[in-house]
Design a binder for this molecule. Structure first.
Ligand SMILES: CC/C=C\CCC/C=C/C(=O)SCCNC(=O)CCNC(=O)[C@H](O)C(C)(C)COP(=O)(O)OP(=O)(O)OC[C@H]1O[C@@H](n2cnc3c(N)ncnc32)[C@H](O)[C@@H]1OP(=O)(O)O
Length: 300
């Protein structure tokens, strides 16, 4: 599946021309009470699409910690592609169905003790998630209702705007080095576009997890709100974004992200080979095993 939606579709004007009645303010229908909600869920992703507002709420649903397994990654990409093709959907709020955890990042068990073929398939699915979400034409808002390490943070960073629950227990960041692994160049590029080079270098080397006030201060998240206001704030924010003429916003988004997306597309196979070689090393397998053991010991 080639997921370069933003570049592949190149369809902003076409989509606008064929567009929706409330193209200038798609939230008008919602406030006038004509609610048509469609629910569709597969196993790991719950979706509620409000056709009046054009907004889909997409909930990660992989208890206990929303780790990104191969199954979840596959369902995630299919869901985004489906929403992207659906004329009644123009924006997505990405959030978690799990209390206190947005996502624990990649499922570490998918990277331990498996075959090279499995690692390659898994990494292709991780790439696909990034290409699909980062390259989406839709407005994407992350409603971060819990802790969000590593690829959990990456998913949030792919979105156009990040709202996080202001809870002192929640943290967010790319902590890969703490596991003895390395965030690939496209994780790094995504963070650099948000934080700038210096701060990204520091964050990545240290594998830094930020508290919510720290994340707000450095711009890793855009807004902190009380836990019970995360969803309503996301709904209000997405209305503002959808009020901007769609073709102009989409072309602008494409202009800002195109280079990064092309970089991965052009080096996709090499990136998979690199991952497979790296993750299969005995020393890396050992590091991951030690990390998983520590996670389990914390509970005892
Ligand atoms: C060349 C490139 C090479 C490599 C690039 C790879 C890039 C990697 C990106 C990643 O995303 S790596 C994953 C990083 N994630 C983490 O470090 C998070 C680890 N988890 C936690 O810190 C905590 O679990 C928590 C998310 C803060 C939640 O804590 P809580 O106390 O609520 O739950 P608990 O720790 O008891 O976990 C419950 C259960 O879930 C298992 N678990 C947790 N995280 C993961 C995970 N990422 N993958 C798989 N499994 C995970 C944990 O072991 C517990 O299992 P148990 O009930 O069987 O003991």
């Amino acid at each position: 599946m080639a997921a370069l939606t933003l570049l592949r579709r190149g369809s902003a004007p076409a989509r606008l021309l064929s567009g929706t009645l409330n193209a200038r303010n798609p939230c008008i229908g919602a406030t006038q009470g004509c609610h048509l909600r469609r629910h569709f869920s597969n196993n790991k992703i719950l979706v509620e699409l409000d056709e009046a507002s054009g907004v889909a709420i997409m909930k990660l649903n992989n208890p206990p910690v929303n780790s990104l397994s191969l199954e979840l990654l596959t369902e995630f990409c299919i869901t985004i592609e489906k929403l992207e093709m659906d004329r009644s959907c123009r924006g997505v709020i990405l959030t978690s169905a799990a209390p206190k955890i947005f996502s624990a990042g990649l499922d570490i068990t998918e990277m331990c003790g498996k075959s090279a073929e499995h690692y390659a398939a898994f990494w292709r699915a991780v790439q696909e998630l990034w290409l699909t979400l980062y390259g989406s034409n839709m407005v994407t808002i992350a409603a971060i209702n819990g802790t969000s390490p590593a690829a959990g943070c990456l998913m949030a960073m792919c979105c156009d705007f990040r709202i996080m629950a202001d809870n002192p227990k929640y943290t967010i960041g790319l902590n890969e080095t703490q596991l003895g692994i390395v965030a690939p160049f496209w994780f790094k590029d995504t963070m650099t576009n948000i934080l700038g080079h210096r701060l990204t270098e520091q964050s990545l080397q240290l594998g830094q997890m930020y508290t919510t006030p720290e994340a707000l201060k450095i711009g890793l998240v855009d807004q902190l709100v009380p836990e019970d206001k995360v969803q309503s704030t996301a709904a209000a924010v997405i209305c503002n974004w959808l009020a901007v003429p769609a073709h102009a916003r989409q072309i602008t988004k494409s202009m800002m992200r195109k280079q990064n997306i092309e970089r991965l597309v052009n080096h996709r196979e090499a990136d998979i080979d690199n991952f497979v070689n790296f993750i299969g090393k005995d020393s890396i397998q050992k590091s991951l095993q030690v990390y998983m053991d520590r996670l389990k010991q914390r509970k005892q």
